[in-house]
Ligand binder design. Structure first.
Ligand SMILES: Cc1cc2nc3c(=O)[nH]c(=O)nc-3n(C[C@H](O)[C@H](O)[C@H](O)COP(=O)(O)OP(=O)(O)OC[C@H]3O[C@@H](n4cnc5c(N)ncnc54)[C@H](O)[C@@H]3O)c2cc1C
Length: 441
């Protein structure tokens, strides 16, 4: 289903940037390119979690909804990620509240703390076949600094009533089956999904609720109509609607590219083993949690439904850096799970994580009845789902912008002036770090 993408140093190589997830996801619902003139109540640009959750919510509420997607459903971050369905953002709860203040802070935290529950409920309600496993996540500490950070995170979530638990080195070793961690924070609200399957499932559910999803339909121009409402132009036709949701996020292209300027790209790759033999499979994350560590150049690891171990870290698999990251993955696998040292890898892919200078998403009004929320800083599965529903309520007129627990920017978000420096810095830094084979990295 995936089309070749324009060459881009931070896109996945080859015709299919979603790697293992494209090879194992159920098919997307049949969609065609937009042709001719289509009219809807709500136009949505981008078929990732944000756009599709908005489409599902608005269509289920009775609105006519049309989504235009530049390529295939989920071809952005939504089809390439690790699949860790987390509560909250990367920021600790205290930092998030301090940055957003006493009104937005607690409300955003409460909404995103409930994010995984919303994902599990959507998956259940619409019978989405995406290997959803609400078995929790383990945030693991490879060193003393990481263990201190986890204790702090644990205390902050506990003060807010979350049932997170701190595990010591023995319990962490038992739960992960891995070597080298001093502690872990277990979050029972969280879990894992097959990311592209979730995106395709959201699209299927949205279509079943009456939404139209047009693939291979890049928005090349978006303009206000003289009598009110919006026109979204694509090569094959155009879409007119009274309200507009821009959900191109970090992958925004052409008319949706304005959302990229406030984000810096953090490249992130995944490498998956072949399905492990049963005797080894039983030793790796036997409880089915997803895991990652506190290192700056972090390691993430999780199993897929067929028993492949998916190992990820910061970096792009481009012509120059791929060899360093592959060699790192081989070493890191042996470090974490010596019994898996010789297991072959069978898939690799990478994508762009959109980060903002203060690690908070941006909520923007792009004109009358036109909104976006973007910049999820590597936490987009549950937040995209939650924000998509919030944007739908706004577009439906059920709520005003004050219902969104983020400051409202009038117009596109202010650009990050350092974005062109940050991306190459992270990319080169990750390659050097992995080349050096730094411990814990
Ligand atoms: C490698 C990687 C690992 C990650 N790991 C995790 C994780 O474990 N957990 C987690 O919660 N988050 C993770 N994330 C972040 C998460 O994937 C994203 O935040 C989330 O997918 C964003 O969803 P979205 O719908 O806002 O944007 P996207 O999924 O990027 O969707 C945007 C869509 O808009 C389309 N589009 C862009 N421009 C146009 C246009 N002009 N016309 C039409 N369509 C357009 C794009 O083609 C794309 O399909 C990760 C991201 C990456 C890249």
């Amino acid at each position: 289903m995936h089309r070749p993408e324009a060459p881009d140093a931070t896109q996945g190589a080859g015709p299919d940037g979603c790697g293992l997830w494209a090879a194992t996801a159920p098919p997307a619902p049949p969609c065609a390119a937009l042709s001719g003139e289509v009219t809807a109540d709500i136009a949505i640009v981008g078929a990732g979690y944000t756009g599709l959750a908005a489409a599902l919510h608005a269509a289920a509420a009775g609105a006519t909804v049309a989504v235009v997607e530049a390529g295939a459903i989920g071809q952005g971050g939504s089809g390439r990620n690790v699949g860790l369905v987390n509560a909250g953002l990367w920021l600790t709860p205290d930092t998030l509240e301090a940055r957003l203040g006493p009104d937005h802070g607690p409300r955003l935290l409460a909404a995103l703390a409930d994010g995984p529950a919303q994902v599990w409920e959507i998956v259940r309600h619409h019978a989405i076949d995406c290997a959803a496993r609400p078995a929790g996540t383990l945030h693991c500490a490879p060193d003393a600094g990481g263990a201190t950070a986890l204790r702090e995170r644990h205390a902050q979530w506990r003060r807010r009533g979350a049932a997170v638990a701190l595990l010591d080195a023995d319990a962490t070793a038992q739960r992960t089956g891995a070597r080298g961690f001093r502690a872990a924070l277990f979050d029972p609200r969280a879990g894992t999904i097959q990311p592209l399957a979730y995106a395709r499932g959201l699209a299927r559910a949205a279509c079943a609720a009456g939404a139209q999803v047009f693939t291979d339909s890049p928005a090349t121009a978006i303009s206000p109509e003289t009598g009110g409402g919006w026109r979204v132009t694509t090569p094959g036709g155009s879409l007119r609607a009274r309200a507009l949701i821009l959900a191109g996020n970090t992958y925004g292209s052409a008319a949706a590219a304005g959302l990229r300027a406030h984000q810096s790209v953090l490249p992130y790759f995944n490498i998956a083993t072949a399905p492990l033999p049963d005797r080894l499979r039983a030793q790796v994350l036997p409880g089915g949690e997803g895991a990652w560590d506190t290192a700056k150049i972090l390691t993430s690891f999780r199993m897929d439904a067929a028993g492949r171990l998916v190992l990820g870290s910061v970096g792009a698999l481009g012509a120059v850096d791929a060899a360093a990251h592959r060699a790192w993955a081989r070493r890191r696998l042996a470090q974490l799970y010596p019994a898996l040292a010789d297991q072959p890898f069978e898939a690799e892919w990478f994508g762009r994580i959109g980060t903002t200078p203060d690690a908070l998403p941006r909520f923007c009004a792009h004109g009358p009845s036109a909104w976006s929320i973007s910049g999820f800083n590597g936490r987009g599965i549950a937040p995209g789902t939650v924000f998509g529903a919030m944007l739908a309520r706004l577009a439906l007129g059920e709520t005003g912008p004050e219902a969104i627990p983020l400051p409202l920017h009038d117009g596109p978000p202010p650009a990050d002036p350092l974005r062109h420096l940050r991306a190459p810095f992270w990319r080169a830094g990750a390659a050097l770090w992995h080349l050096a084979g730094a411990r814990g990295g």
